[in-house]
Structures are given as structure tokens and as C-alpha cells.
Design a protein. Structure first.
Lengths: 113, 111
């Protein structure tokens, strides 16, 4: 089925470990973005990309890196995990960035101990 | 900076009630406003998108209105059902390339 695929669905990390959250879409969307969702705070934008080779920071980028080498993939890297990064992470894609046609992945629940 | 807030944060009602969820935004220069639904442990699904030139949009028992001048949108749910239980989020685009989300309203409809 066409859509946004996130892996893994669940992950537990120790403080200081690094890992990559994977996101792939098969709809040929130019725009992709990463959000984190914490209780009572809605979704906050971490990083986003308007096309292959182009990325930019969102509201809460510290501690995360991204790259966009292909249209399909937009991985999110945690460089040195901290307990404050415990959250649910969502990847989204859209043909344009202005609200139309957004498709979300099912999320990755990350716990840092 | 665009800020989006939602009231109430949580709502619990009996089946059959008509509901109003509120969304406020600080910058009225928006292209559109969108309402999403999120079920527990799942991603977000778009419910309604209102363009800046529209005042309201309807889909089944859902009706969303937009008042740009006052920086407000409401989502009206008619004859609520237990299947409507979910978190509802509003979102507006910012700088044409990203969405800014509200804090969400967690709705529970009990039989």
C-alpha cells in the first residue's frame, strides 16, 4: 500500500547511544518532515526537507541530524541519545508543504533510559 | 512566530452530544487550516482542510469553520459516537513549507 513507512515501531536506547529512525515514502512527494509528539505539547517540527539534497531545521532540531539523498527516504539520526528525547516520532510527506496532501507514518515510540 | 493552541485539552461526553472543539492561531496570514484525527498508537489522518477563502467545510457529521480575522477555527461534531473517541489536532502551514500543530484535544465519547 502506498504511504509512509517508519521503522522501527518501538525502540529502547541507553543514554549516549546513537541510532537512526527510518522513514520511506512511495508517493514521489517532494516534502518530508519529522515531528516529535510529547504529552500536552502537540507535534513539534524537528527537521524538514523540500526535496532531495535540501534540508532545514524546524522548531526543536538540537540533538538530531537528517539527510535527504533520495526523494523516497528521510532518515532521522540521534547522535547521542538523552532521556529528554524520549518521545513518539512521526514522519510525514506531502506533494507540497503548505498543508495539502499530508500523509503520516504510524510513528516510532522511543524510550531513552 | 505562529502559535496554535486548542481548547479544551480533554473532553469526555456521553454518546449523542453535539461537540465544539476550538483552535486559535496568532498569525492570521494563513493559506489554510486543517483538522486531523489521531487514534491511540497511530499516525494522523486528515479530516478537513479549509482554504483561507472559505469560511467552513463539511464532511458527514463534521463541520469546520474558519475566522481568520479573529484567529479562530472550530470543529463541530454532530451526534457524537464512541467511534469518534480520538485526539483531534488543528494545523496551519507556516512559510509555505511546514505545518504548525496545535496542542490537541483528547475526546472520549462513552456509550
Amino acid at each position: 500500500n502506498a504511504g509512509v513507512t517508519q521503522t522501527p515501531k518501538f525502540q529502547v536506547l541507553k543514554t549516549g547511544q546513537s541510532m537512526t529512525l527510518q522513514c520511506a515514502q512511495d508517493m514521489n512527494h517532494e516534502y518530508m518532515s519529522w515531528y516529535r509528539q510529547d504529552p500536552g505539547m502537540g507535534l513539534r517540527l524537528i527537521h524538514y526537507s523540500v526535496g532531495a539534497g535540501i534540508t532545514d531545521q524546524g522548531e526543536v532540531p538540537n540533538g538530531y541530524n537528517v539527510s535527504r539523498s533520495t526523494t523516497e527516504d528521510f532518515p532521522l539520526r540521534l547522535l547521542s541519545a538523552a532521556p529528554s528525547q524520549t518521545s513518539v516520532y512521526f514522519c510525514a510527506s506531502s506533494p507540497t508543504g503548505d498543508g495539502y496532501g499530508y500523509t503520516f507514518g504510524s510513528g516510532t515510540r522511543l524510550t531513552v533510559v | 512566530k505562529q502559535e496554535v493552541t486548542q481548547i479544551p485539552a480533554a473532553l469526555s461526553v456521553p454518546e449523542g452530544e453535539n461537540l465544539v472543539l476550538n483552535c486559535s492561531f496568532t498569525d492570521s496570514a494563513i493559506y489554510n487550516l486543517q483538522w486531523f484525527r489521531q487514534d491511540p498508537g497511530k499516525g494522523l489522518t486528515s479530516l478537513l482542510l479549509i482554504q483561507s477563502s472559505q469560511r467552513e467545510q463539511t464532511s458527514g457529521r463534521l463541520n469546520a469553520s474558519l475566522d481568520k480575522s479573529s484567529g479562530r477555527s472550530t470543529l463541530y461534531i454532530a451526534a457524537s459516537q464512541p467511534g469518534d473517541s480520538a485526539t483531534y489536532l488543528c494545523a496551519v502551514p507556516f512559510n509555505t513549507d511546514k505545518l504548525i500543530f496545535g496542542t490537541g484535544t483528547r475526546l472520549q465519547v462513552f456509550p
